[in-house]
Design a protein around this ligand. Sequence first.
Ligand code: GKR
Ligand code: MG
Length: 428
Amino acid sequence: MRISEIHITPIALGDPPLLNAAGLHAPYALRTVVEVVTDNGLRGLAEVPGSAAVDAVLEESRNVAVGADPLNWHALQAKLEAYFQPESSAARGETPWDQRKIVQVFSALDVACLDIAGKAFGVPVATLLGGIVRERVPYSAYLFYKYEGAGGELAFGTDPAATGWAAARQRAALDPDGIVAQARAMVDEFGFGSIKLKGGVFEPEQEVAALKALHSAFGPSVPLRYDPNAVWSVETSIRWGKELEGILEYFEDPTRGQKDMASVRRALKMPLATNMCTTSFAELPGSIRFGSEDIILTDHHYWGGLHSSMELASFCRNFGLGVSMHSNNHGGISMAAMTHLGAAMPNLSYALDTHYPWQWEDIIVGGRFKIEDGCVILPTGPGLGVELDRDALARAHENYLRCGFKERDDAPEMRKKVPDWKFMSTRW
Ligand code: GKR
Ligand code: MG
């Protein structure tokens, strides 16, 4: 079996006005759908964070991947490594999201080839990753400070009669009461057993008050995580981190860089997690040498695929680190891939992150994945177990062409609300 074609389709999915350290989510989250076709008619799917630059390297990967055997990932991986210049860790950038491109080529092809292999052998991707250790994969509620009525909500319309989560998804959440109300609605709707707050938006005092309010509202049986996306200094992280000891399950990326994360970690009595500080295999020796974190949040889009994420998981097991999963906005193909990874990782120590509840559109047959009791049930079909809804894909591609966005940038939307707003790599 050989790869004969690769189809690359950029799409835009409506996204609400969620706040983070780099601004306000634009009306659309960009993704790219990759379809790998084989000479015997099998089709493998993958989805990656979208940008014109990523699409360009995906196009280029055809030079290497067409003609390759999709069942021999190591050979294809080696050919891709020889073809593309290695990408430095610095290419990740300072934004909450990772700006590297080449890792996404590896990720897309690895996931699509696993989907093909699963279909060829009639088994789920999780089986090919070493076996299914759980069929119900736990996810965490992911809270965001939020403005109301901007961006994608306006493009797709809001429903003034909405109740429950549908109403909370539209509503502003700017203070501790707003955050607790958002959490209640999200937990009631999806049954999540743990909660993460995205921070780095307001003064530390205001965000710490929201975490204390969540702790009082939900009690100690609901673990809390908090992520200011590294815009706090070491001093701020220690000063306010002390207030959060005994409240947080883990403190995610309070500050920037392995040495500074290690200083914060030494000063606080709670685990630190990262998707910003240690983000590549090249940085793993530093993670151990400096002791920068307790938990590494993998993300198959940025660690080079599902096989590589399993490699990271075994590194974490061998070096006594925890492992869980980071997320950006994503559709159902990524949800399927994340769930297969979560199902196969023996040492998954925490519920995974997902932005999925924030969105309302998808591109897979049968509509969106259900999240029940905080879990996604592993799809049962061969491969990833999802199929493309071609009409929905065409609509999402139309949205991409119409919206004109070519890469993620949260600053312009933020400046519509706060005209002189500027990104600061350390704000507090
Ligand atoms: O979607 O605004 C967002 C998040 O801030 C995302 O971009 C981050 O990459 O969720 C992510 C994180 O855990 O840092
Ligand atoms: Mg994070």
